[in-house]
Design a protein around this ligand. Sequence first.
Ligand code: NAD
Ligand code: UPG
Length: 474
Amino acid sequence: MSPVHVKKICCIGAGYVGGPTCAVIALKCPHIQVTIVDLNQARVDAWNSKDFALPIYEPGLEEVVRQARGRNLFFSTDVDKGIEEADLIFVSVNTPTKKSGVGAGFAADLNYVELATRRIATVATSSKIVVEKSTVPCRTAESMRTILEANSKPNCRFDILSNPEFLAEGTAIADLFSPDRVLIGSLQSQEGLNACASLKEVYANWVPNERILTVGLWSSELSKLAANAMLAQRISSINALSAICEATGANIDEVAHAIGYDTRIGPKFLKASVGFGGSCFQKDILNLVYLSESLHLPEVAAYWRQVVEMNEHQKKRFSKRVVDTLFNTITGKRIAVLGFAFKADTGDTRESAAITLIKDFQSEKAFVNVYDPQVPHEQIWADLLEASPHLSIESIKKQVNISPSALEACKNAEAVVIATEWKEFKEIDWEAVYAGMNKPAFVFDGRLLIDAEKLRKIGFTVTTIGRPSATLQS
Ligand SMILES: NC(=O)c1ccc[n+]([C@@H]2O[C@H](COP(=O)([O-])OP(=O)(O)OC[C@H]3O[C@@H](n4cnc5c(N)ncnc54)[C@H](O)[C@@H]3O)[C@@H](O)[C@H]2O)c1
Ligand SMILES: O=c1ccn([C@@H]2O[C@H](COP(=O)(O)OP(=O)(O)O[C@H]3O[C@H](CO)[C@@H](O)[C@H](O)[C@H]3O)[C@@H](O)[C@H]2O)c(=O)[nH]1
């Protein structure tokens, strides 16, 4: 038996990963038909919309979809047809943290992966290569294989690969065009290696050979959790140091610059912030904590758990600094929160630090004006309601207002809090902001974004993460 040359790909899950990843595969492999399927009709309709009002905002994505859609890229809710026609199927469904039952709050909820796997087993009448694209706990491929083999039809074989995705939101298209590496894990049997070669051939259409790494299945699954844990750990480390900077007079940007020059440490991912957000870091570390506990490794579990705890501490520390600086009370005061997405260049709000900050300000009885250039208003309301389920949307709206621009958000406010590093916040007319605010006017930079000196000259009192308050500055 030799490797199959893939002609038709189906991707189950048209989300932040399935959509961009398979759109890029379609663009780079015009000879392969790519169908992305999802149960969510509204999402599929948005992918198919005539005016390209795509369901996710990602720089460069629209151009990719414009070139490939209708040529060899299709979006559909007909999951069964997609499965049946394909020779290779990506499973790119969500794997959120479990909310109830065994492992609640830590373990990954694999229900969507299992349902998709069962659907493949039920529908397929020919052999398939099934690729785990979702981030899953180590050895999930084994469960998938058991389900597939127990339900398969005669002459139908399934080979399972792990091919975790490393794209970051906001740079997804650039990351997919030029990935640091593509990782493919397979069983080391001849069939497993053949399946691996088939997927490798797909990526080889644009990814240099030396960047396509092939490893065992379990190493591949664990590498994804490990990469996210190591990245998040760097942020928690720099954030822990930012607290020391604030108390001593050191400057976190200077510290990051100095340590980043050591080639063994490197300069990336050392930006202190109000705390990391996004759908992956917290979820994947908690998943690793759960895995460690299940393996009776409590010290290992405690080590990784601390990365998430430090992140929670950073968010709390920041909101407390706002309250402390505003003369120990923000009751009845108006605070402008600039940015709601978990990072710039995305409309995604999952685990965004802004949600925690606004919740803290609400509980201190402040009024909040929030502005974000990409996040839809309904999403902001849904997130705030989810964060405070004991409140009604009406009572939330009495305290929180969504503003149409940064300038509007800052009008009559006591303080401005920068929660997301959108470039436009750097370029606001800060003189105009100052003129419209109550005095003294405070700015809290949670993203090391603005030129604090320039703002001080205008008249603002500026507090920056990882830098001491005015009394300690020299
Ligand atoms: N978001 C990221 O940046 C990122 C990056 C790397 C890896 N990941 C991982 O990729 C996976 C997907 O993440 P995402 O952000 O794309 O999630 P998402 O929630 O944006 O998309 C998942 C999609 O799968 C669909 N779906 C669920 N079950 C289905 C089924 N049985 N049949 C058809 N469709 C189904 C949902 O309707 C949804 O649209 C997760 O495991 C995540 O951890 C995410
Ligand atoms: O120096 C830094 C870098 C990032 N962040 C924050 O960390 C979070 C995550 O940022 P980033 O990693 O850039 O975005 P994600 O889209 O969450 O991507 C991460 O999670 C994905 C999902 O698993 C992986 O595929 C990516 O490789 C991994 O970077 C965001 O809130 C950032 O603002 C910082 O505070 N300081």
